[in-house]
Structure formats: structure tokens, C-alpha cells
Design a binder for this molecule. Structure first.
Ligand code: AHR
Length: 678
């Protein structure tokens, strides 16, 4: 009985709450256009890349062949073989010694062949060019022929070939051969067959296939549509290469940047912890080829116009997986390798090729000019004494050599627990320039923390600034990315934006996911083998990135004539949230308004503090961009990429001698950006 009463009360309370959150109110947003607030960092909004969900191999990195160097623990993983195929291990690349010998089977009609499945197949587009390359030799001398076919194994056509090409191999020396294949039609699941000559033995190593059209045309390049989705975001900072992969399940398998530079053929394979982290989504053939390595990360940062932000290991393996037992000794000697990794990386990025070996390597790889690295994070999700003590040894050593680099520490994996609360003072003590915070949380958490960065008792005026390095609003079953959660991300970002003096960087996470290979969701961008989809969260991020502004403008809200404040919405509830910036170069005021309630809301935006002359000259046509997330479960996925997307409108502004006003009804669950030209 008691339980029934409780349920009834809970239902009534729920209904009352629902009414509260669906009631329409008069919301007055007052923007002080005279008072220039904190400058907004160019790094304010950015992206976080980790090789999770097949983000690197099989994703952004355009290589189509999986296990191209035959170095997976199962050396033929990803390959079918037939005829006389032998695995050898004295190849031309010392860190990837395995290769394959294709020998005559002894009978003209018994063919020797290897066939690669790619990453969930290979996506190829009809009429486009694909560059096949292979290191090969004829061990007995003389010449041989390789036949390269791109095939559709599932076709009912007579001939499975989508395209093919022959490659002549000459001599006993290992050489690189290339050839271009043009498939006759588009297919998402192609395979690559390499046929041996039925009379001669041929050795093959580093079998590779790239689209000729990669992002910016690099041969060891990025998939065009995937990289384009990054450029189109306009991120200000690019954090890489992770995440937990920086730590490794054990120190041996941590991400080691030095292994990821130099000729691709000789970058040693590393395991990827995401292949086994979640046993309910197990991907035994998920490894890191390091084809997308630190040179490529820096180059990509430069090309998409983002500040590079590498994260390096602090001498600790993942604390979730190991407790405190798997770390490097906490002494200067024990951590020397990690100190060197930091200093050498800064030299790799910024040093002079004439005097520094790492800078010379950068130049040899094709980038003599420095990459202008400014930030370095040390440690990913680390906590408490084992971390503080190691950072206390590493950070001063790095600063001694490179005081110009801003160092970023971490407050651990959570954004409100004891590790977090202990982490911040420790990072302050260690004089970190920024502290990396992570919060993958549900809608209610976001509603509860809409004033997170207004709390200047915890986040003091001086000391490290905040880097919200991994965050996303998760909800109902963690779908690909439902619009209903993205609206809370937009609302939470007003909290970051108005506190731009404190929060200098925020990067949504994770960035990428392959439809057939995900371990973690939601994610910002999804793809299959042929196309990408930009999620509602992507559009939220993009709207902030495209409308970053140069300075905050003080902004308050009041509801139904109540007291004005930066956020009058009661903690934990839905409402209207807003923040504003000015772009002093473009002479534009940008007001972002988010209605998280289930009802349209009346809003009045008042621009105050302008001179009468300014008000006279103001452009009354206001650009309005609107992202409606009312369909909670709506999501953009490859094949249906535009279910939720921003739409452009315009509205009008009226001005008298004191104030310019915009009056609007903002639809339920909608993010609107108002752009006023001064
Ligand atoms: O983004 C996925 C994981 O979440 C990251 O690797 C880690 O830093 C966090 O726990």
C-alpha cells in the first residue's frame, strides 16, 4: 500500500515537474554590448581524436588494406590465402620483419593468391583511382608478374573483378612498386587479390591500397570525406592520440610516438586496447599500424587550422586496469624515458633540423618548417599520488628545457569525485597551465551542472585554466547520437562560453566511429566504408566553432520578470539558456539561445549599452541559424546523414535610442544562433 501511495505521489510530482518544464514563459535575455568581456581563446572549441571505434586504421587513415605488413599476431589475419603461400621473417624492414612468399604451386592451374578483406570490406568508388603499392622481389632473380584485382565476391555477374592491373617485378632486390586501379563501379565491401605468377616465386611485403584522392592529396593520407568533416567543423585545437591508448593496458602497449614516425613501412605494430576492453563488443583484429602517426597528426592539425595538442604517457599504465602496480619507477631515472619523450617531441615539432635529430626527422618527412607546438598534456585519466608524484618529476624537467610550452595535467576520469577534488589542488601546486577534466554524463548531470564554471570558489581566479578534454551527453541506451541529448550539450556550452576566461579549451569526445566497428558511443562523426554522417552533436559543436567570436559579452536572463542572472533556471531543470559574444573583427554580436524545454518559449533579446548612433546604424536584419532537436531519437547515420541539421533563417531587430531588441518564439528543444551585424 505504502509503495502504491509512493508511486502515485511520484507520478503526480513527475506530472507537476513536466508542467514546469513545458510551461511557456517570458524570457528576457539582456546583453551588455558595451562591456567587452574575457577574450575567447582560439582554442576554445576543439576536437579530441583517439583510435577507438576504428577511428585511425579503417577510419580517418585512408589505407584500405588491413594487416598490410603481416605483423598481426595471427600473421594472416585479414587475408585469405590459396596455393603455395609462405610466411617469412627476414624482410627489408627490421621492425616489421614478416613478409609473404608467393611460390608456384607446382601446377599451372593451381594458383597462388592472397586476398585482403580490408576493414569490414574496402569502400571503392566507381571511376576513381586507387594506388596499389607493394614492396617486392624475385628471390631467385629474373622477373615475375603480379596480378592485382579489386573484387566483389558477392556479385552474381560472371566476372567478380571491379578493376585490375598487372605489376612487373624485377630482380632480387626489394623495391617498391606502384600501380593504379580504377574500379568500374562503387562497392562498399571490395576485396583486394594479389595473384602470384604460376612460374616464378615472388616475395611481397607492405601490401597497400589508398585512394589517390586523399585529404590534401598526401600519399600516406587521410580519407577525404572523413577529414573534410574535421575541416568543416573549424576546430581551434586538436588533441591526440587519446585517451586510454596513451596509457596502454600495460606500459609496453602504451602509445609510443617515436614508433609512429619515420617511413611507414617500418613503424612497428601496436595492439589497440579497444579490441578487448569491452568483451561484449570484441574486435580481435583491431591493431594500430601507426600509419597515422605523430607527423600526420601535426600535419592534419595544421591543415585543418587547429593547434596541435599531443598527450603523452606519464610513466603509468591504465589505472582502471592495473590499480597502481604497473607503472614506471617513480624516480628521475625510472622516468627518464618519459621525460625524453616529452622533450624530444617538442623538438620534433618545433626544433631546428640543422641542430636537432628529431627536427631533422620532421624535415626528412617533408615538413622542414616547425609545427609551432604550444601545448603538451602529460597523463590522460590519472589520479592521486602515483600520478602527482610522477608529474612532479617530469614537468620541471620539461620546463627546464622548454619553458615556452604550456603543460596540461589531469584531474582524473570523473568531474565531481574525490580524485577530481584532490587532483585540482595538486595540479595547481605543480603549476600546470591547464587541467584536463572529463565528463561523459547523462542529461540529468548536465542539467545539474549548468553553472559548473561559475563556481569561482573552486575554480580560482589564478592558477590553471580548464581544458574540458573529453565530454559528451549520454542518454537512453547510448545510441549513435540522439538529438535529444545534443540539446543539453548546446545548453552546457553557454556555461563554458560565458566563462571563457576560465575554460580555455573544450573538446567533445570521442570523435569518430565506424558503423560496424564501434566500441563506444555516442560519437561525433559516424561513417561506413563509403560515406560519413555528422551527428546533431557535430552541428552543435560546429555552430559554436563557426560563431566563436573574440570576446564574451556579459549576458543575463530573467524569467517572467524574475531576478536576472547568468542562469536563472533552477538547478536540475529544463529552461532557456543563453550566452553572447562579440566578434570585434567582423563587427558582429552573436547570441546563442537554447530552449531545452518541451514547449516553445517567448524570448526577447535586448542589446544594451550601445550609443544612439550605433543603434541608428544597426542592421535590422538578423541572421538566424536554428538546430531543432525536438525528435529525441532522431539521429544522423551514413545513408541518412541529414535527419537533424541546422537551418538558416533571418529575423528582425527593432531599435530605439537605447536598446535594440529581437522578439522571438524559440521552438521546443532548439538551439538558435542570432547574428547581429553592427
Ligand atoms: O573516449 C573514450 C575513453 O574515455 C578515453 O580513452 C578515456 O580517456 C576515457 O575514459
Amino acid at each position: 500500500m505504502k509503495k502504491k501511495l509512493f508511486l502515485l505521489a511520484a507520478a503526480l510530482f513527475g506530472a507537476a515537474n513536466l508542467q514546469l518544464s513545458t510551461a511557456s514563459a517570458e524570457n528576457v535575455i539582456t546583453v551588455n554590448a558595451k562591456k567587452l568581456g574575457a577574450p575567447i581563446q582560439s582554442t576554445q572549441w576543439g576536437i579530441f581524436f583517439e583510435d577507438i571505434n576504428y577511428a585511425a586504421d579503417g577510419g580517418l587513415y585512408a589505407e584500405l588494406v588491413k594487416n598490410r605488413s603481416f605483423e598481426f599476431p595471427n600473421h594472416f589475419a585479414g587475408w585469405d590465402i590459396s596455393g603455395k603461400v609462405m610466411l617469412m621473417n627476414d624482410g627489408p624492414f627490421d621492425r616489421n620483419p614478416h613478409y609473404v612468399r608467393l611460390a608456384p604451386s607446382g601446377h599451372n592451374d593451381k594458383h597462388t593468391m592472397i586476398e585482403n578483406h580490408g576493414f569490414f570490406g574496402m569502400g571503392v568508388t566507381g571511376g576513381e583511382e586507387y594506388r596499389f603499392s607493394v614492396w617486392a622481389r624475385v628471390p631467385e632473380g629474373g622477373s615475375s608478374k603480379l596480378w592485382i584485382d579489386l573484387v566483389d565476391n558477392a556479385t552474381m555477374e560472371e566476372d567478380q573483378k571491379l578493376g585490375n592491373v598487372g605489376v612487373d617485378i624485377n630482380g632480387k632486390e626489394w623495391k617498391k612498386y606502384t600501380a593504379v586501379i580504377k574500379p568500374k563501379r562503387t562497392f562498399a565491401k571490395a576485396h583486394l587479390r594479389v595473384w602470384g605468377d604460376s612460374k616464378t616465386t615472388t616475395d611481397v611485403e607492405h601490401v597497400s591500397l589508398f585512394p589517390v584522392k586523399t585529404y590534401k592529396g598526401h600519399e600516406n593520407g587521410m580519407r577525404l570525406d572523413v577529414a573534410q568533416s574535421l575541416e568543416d567543423l573549424h576546430p581551434g585545437v586538436f588533441r591526440f592520440p587519446g585517451g586510454c591508448i596513451v596509457e596502454g593496458t600495460d606500459l609496453e602497449t602504451r602509445y609510443q610516438w617515436k614508433n609512429s614516425v619515420g617511413p611507414v613501412e617500418n613503424r612497428p605494430l601496436n595492439e589497440n586496447r579497444w579490441h578487448y576492453t569491452f568483451t561484449q563488443r570484441y574486435f580481435p583484429d583491431y591493431f594500430q599500424s601507426y600509419g597515422l602517426g605523430f607527423f600526420e597528426y601535426f600535419q592534419l592539425s595544421e591543415e585543418i587550422g587547429a593547434e596541435p595538442l599531443p598527450v603523452l604517457n606519464v610513466g603509468m599504465a591504465c589505472q582502471f586496469q592495473n590499480g597502481d602496480d604497473a607503472h614506471a619507477p617513480c624516480t628521475k631515472e625510472g622516468l627518464q624515458q618519459f621525460i625524453d619523450d616529452c622533450i624530444d617531441l617538442i623538438d620534433f615539432a618545433n626544433g631546428d633540423p640543422a641542430t636537432n635529430q628529431w627536427a631533422k626527422l620532421r624535415a626528412d618527412m617533408g615538413h622542414p618548417a616547425p609545427f609551432n607546438l604550444k601545448f603538451l598534456a602529460i597523463g590522460n585519466e590519472q589520479w592521486e599520488k602515483p600520478y602527482f608524484d610522477r608529474l612532479a618529476i617530469i614537468a620541471p624537467e620539461v620546463r627546464k628545457v622548454h619553458p615556452e610550452i604550456k603543460l596540461i595535467g589531469t584531474s582524473g576520469p570523473n568531474a565531481e569525485d574525490d580524485h577530481f577534488k584532490n587532483g585540482w589542488p595538486a595540479m595547481r601546486e605543480l603549476k600546470c597551465d591547464l587541467v584536463d577534466e572529463h565528463y561523459y554524463r547523462d542529461i540529468q548531470w548536465y542539467k545539474n551542472w549548468m553553472n559548473r564554471y561559475d563556481d569561482r570558489a573552486f575554480y580560482t581566479k589564478d592558477g590553471p585554466r580548464v581544458f574540458a578534454g573529453e565530454w559528451a551527453c549520454h542518454d537512453r541506451g547510448k545510441k549513435y547520437n540522439h538529438a535529444g541529448a545534443s540539446i543539453y550539450e548546446a545548453a552546457f556550452m553557454t556555461n563554458i562560453e560565458r566563462n571563457a576566461d576560465l575554460v580555455h579549451m573544450a573538446t567533445y569526445a570521442p570523435l569518430f566511429s565506424h558503423m560496424e566497428g564501434w566500441q563506444w558511443r555516442p560519437d561525433l562523426i559516424w561513417y561506413d566504408n563509403l560515406s560519413t554522417a555528422r551527428t546533431a552533436s557535430y552541428y552543435v559543436q560546429q555552430l559554436y566553432m563557426l560563431n566563436r567570436g573574440t570576446n564574451v559579452l556579459p549576458t543575463t536572463l530573467s524569467i517572467d520578470g524574475g531576478t536576472a542572472s547568468v542562469n536563472p533556471v533552477p538547478k536540475g531543470e529544463d529552461g532557456v539558456f543563453a550566452s553572447s559574444v562579440i566578434d570585434t573583427q567582423k563587427q558582429e554580436i552573436i547570441v546563442k539561445v537554447i530552449n531545452t524545454t518541451a514547449t516553445a518559449q517567448s524570448i526577447t533579446i535586448q542589446l544594451t549599452g550601445m550609443k544612439p548612433k550605433q543603434l541608428e546604424a544597426i542592421n535590422t536584419k538578423v541572421e538566424l541559424i536554428s538546430l531543432n532537436c525536438a525528435d529525441y531519437d532522431a539521429e544522423n547515420v551514413p545513408g541518412k546523414p541529414e535527419v537533424v541539421s541546422p537551418k538558416a533563417f533571418s529575423t528582425t531587430l527593432s531599435a530605439d535610442k537605447k536598446v535594440a531588441s529581437i522578439q522571438e518564439r524559440i521552438p521546443a528543444k532548439t538551439f538558435q544562433v542570432y547574428k547581429v551585424k553592427l
